[in-house]
Design a protein around this ligand. Structure first.
Ligand SMILES: [Fe+2]
Ligand SMILES: [Fe+2]
Length: 365
């Protein structure tokens, strides 16, 4: 086992973010609590799950197409480069893209774990500390499932994308507690929910698909948590303070849309990165995908009262303004329903398998 000092600056397996000015807040009023946050806390407690029990880890995953996406969903599909590739090269692209995707989810989940625990420490209200504590445990489970899937089923991981890293650094390097919420619960988790949705709805590999649906069920609560907490705070800020938050949100949205494209995969595979990026920028699928990524973020920002001209202009420029009309609560209910449906299918299959094996046993006697 590798041993090293926890303060060793040369240890590449660790990353530390200095957070000057962070205050730890105790709350002595134990009786106060907003009913919607306490209801969410109750839900957070009762909806806990054990990844070893709820998911079927015995599933075989095909390394030539781990998540089982139809080729139409491969970002290079339709490009000259893709047309020229051999079957083996295409297998490699699929494996690396799924590895990159799940690796970024994994690193983002660890970011969420740390952000949720920071909120426990810094948020002034006890009801929010309670809820954030349930989120800490949810995020630990998410780190566990993505890490296990990558290790046992894909066998290949990618380091954190530099732009995701920048966003986490900004979220955690700022001492203001609402910035942690804004960056994590609204922006990163909102984008992640939309990206998870693509896997849940279009991937065909059952383990990766169920895993994602169950994580989404938790994430929908986390986004609701951010909305409830910030909705109370933002109307009370000055216009200048709200402007600062809007500027932060606009920059983060452009960063994630324009830079978070998986170029590391093309580099690692020795492909022409410029040609791949060019193809992605002009591909109709990517244009739709990049828009769809904002289907959770836009209505959430509007709901918390960050809806000034700067944000509206940016969203009009990105072609995602119409998402403002979506109902965030209905989106959360749908996430619950889909996860419930997948769980029912798993139970039905388990009881079918149990029935067949007991019939086989009876037949053998
Ligand atoms: Fe998570
Ligand atoms: Fe989360």
């Amino acid at each position: 086992m590798k041993m090293c000092s926890s303060t060793d600056p040369l240890d590449a397996s660790r990353w530390s973010i200095p957070s000057p000015g962070v205050s730890t807040v105790f709350q002595w009023d134990y009786d106060a609590g907003r009913s919607r946050l306490l209801t969410l806390y109750d839900k957070g407690k009762t909806k806990q799950w054990d990844a070893s029990q709820r998911l079927d880890w015995s599933a075989q995953v095909d390394p030539s197409n781990p998540l089982g996406f139809p080729d139409f969903y491969i970002v290079l599909y339709g490009s000259e480069l893709w047309e020229r590739m051999s079957a083996q090269e295409r297998d490699e692209v699929r494996l690396h893209l799924d590895s990159w995707r799940f690796s970024q989810f994994l690193h983002g989940e660890q970011g969420a774990l740390v952000c949720a625990s920071r909120i426990v420490q810094t948020v002034p209200d006890l009801d929010a500390k309670f809820y954030a504590a349930t989120q800490v445990f949810d995020e630990a489970r998410h780190v566990e499932v993505f890490s296990r899937y990558l290790r046992e089923k894909i066998g290949l991981t990618y380091p954190i994308n530099p732009h995701l890293k920048t966003l986490l650094e900004q979220a955690l390097g700022d001492a203001r507690w609402d910035l942690t919420y804004l960056a994590m619960q609204v922006l990163i988790e909102g984008l992640a929910l939309a990206a998870f949705g693509l896997i849940r709805d279009f991937a065909t590999e059952p383990l990766g698909r169920s895993l994602t649906a169950f994580v989404m069920q938790d994430e929908a609560r986390h986004v609701a948590f951010g909305r409830l907490a910030l909705k109370d705070l933002y109307p009370r800020l000055t216009e200048r303070e709200r402007d600062e938050r809007e500027e932060f949100a606009v920059e983060a949205c452009y960063l994630m849309r324009d830079r978070f494209l998986g170029q590391e995969v093309f580099e690692r595979l020795g492909l022409d990165v410029a040609a791949c990026t060019e193809h992605m920028k002009s591909s109709e699928l990517m244009v739709q995908y990049q828009k769809m990524l904002f289907s959770r973020v836009v209505p959430a920002l509007k709901d918390i009262g960050l809806w000034g001209p700067r944000l509206r202009r940016a969203f009009a420029d990105m072609g995602v303004l119409e998402f403002a009309e979506l109902d965030t609560e209905a989106q959360g209910r749908e996430d619950e329903d889909v996860a419930g449906e997948l769980e029912r299918l798993r139970e039905a299959r388990d009881s079918y398998v149990a029935g067949v094996s007991s019939e086989a046993q009876d037949g053998a006697h």
